[in-house]
Design a binder for this molecule. Structure first.
Ligand SMILES: [Fe+2]
Length: 282
């Protein structure tokens, strides 16, 4: 039975051994890959939460720890929920997580966010006070953006930070976006591949930039540290929406002269025609 806010019972006891095994496979694969790739704050959050290899996490146990640290909870939903429902939850520090888990035959394919993406990918950073405030502010901002008819612009900010963001640390670029840290292939692509651009995050620039929903990103935006997001949480976006609406939209792989580019990609992954002469760019 679904409640009016789209939440359902996680019904943890009903997960089958096969479903726990899918979790274990994903967890172990990702946990091996992430040292040196995930940002320190992600690793620290993961360490303090009741998230382990052997079983799908129990949302009540997660919420208990989260609540003590940053006042967040995890609530179960059947899959994607309408925008206004999603924002309402976030604005109240409830993170809606898919209750289901992908099948063993589709480890890398995901049509809707499942418990692995939502819990493994998102929940560790909800232990961090800056991210905790930032995502709540996004929920509140989302409701306003919807009323103003500019949800597309705000969704891009979420996409290029919370889902696909990179952050600089002393020893180089690291992952903090949940869409990357929960994906085996993109955890490698985003940091190691020569194809994507890596560009310094700029709020207005990101608001103008379309994104890929069904494939790796063509451009990743890099923040200097997680605290950079705190200023976004306190920014009034309304005047920005006006400015951005007067400008052209940008294609995902486009580089502008004013961009601060950390590494310019070859684009060979998304535009294979660029790859000629035995893979060398011409
Ligand atoms: Fe997500």
């Amino acid at each position: 039975m679904r409640n009016h806010d789209w939440t359902i019972d996680q019904n943890w006891q009903a997960y089958t051994p096969e479903q726990h095994q899918v979790w274990k496979t994903l967890y172990e694969r990702q946990t091996k890959l992430l040292p040196g790739r995930a940002c320190d704050e992600f690793v620290a959050g993961m360490r303090e939460l009741p998230i382990a290899a052997d079983r799908i996490p129990n949302f009540e146990e997660l919420s208990e720890v989260l609540m003590r640290h940053t006042g967040w909870q995890v609530v179960a939903v059947p899959g994607l929920v309408p925008d206004e429902v999603f924002f309402e939850h976030l604005a109240n520090r409830r993170f809606p997580s898919g209750q289901f888990i992908r099948g063993a035959h589709q480890l890398d394919y995901l049509q809707e966010p499942d418990v692995f993406h939502d819990v493994f990918g998102h929940v560790p950073l909800l232990m961090h006070p800056v991210i905790a405030d930032y995502i709540q502010a996004y929920g509140a901002g989302g409701m306003r953006a919807k009323e103003l008819g500019v949800l597309d612009l705000l969704a891009r900010v979420y996409w290029y930070t919370v889902e696909f963001g990179l952050v600089e640390q002393r020893d180089g670029l690291r992952l903090y976006g949940a869409g990357i840290v929960s994906s085996y292939t993109e955890s490698i692509f985003a940091l190691d591949d020569s194809s994507p651009n890596r560009v310094r995050f700029d709020l207005e620039r990101v608001m103008r930039t379309r994104y890929r929903i069904d494939d790796f990103q063509e451009t990743y935006f890099v923040i200097r540290n997680l605290e950079e997001l705190l200023s976004l949480a306190h920014t009034d976006f309304a005047p920005l929406y006006d400015r951005v609406q007067g400008q052209s939209e940008l294609e995902p792989g486009m580089i502008l002269p004013q961009d601060s580019v950390l590494s310019r990609g070859t684009s060979h992954y998304h535009h294979p025609t660029l790859r000629k002469n035995n893979g060398r760019l011409v």
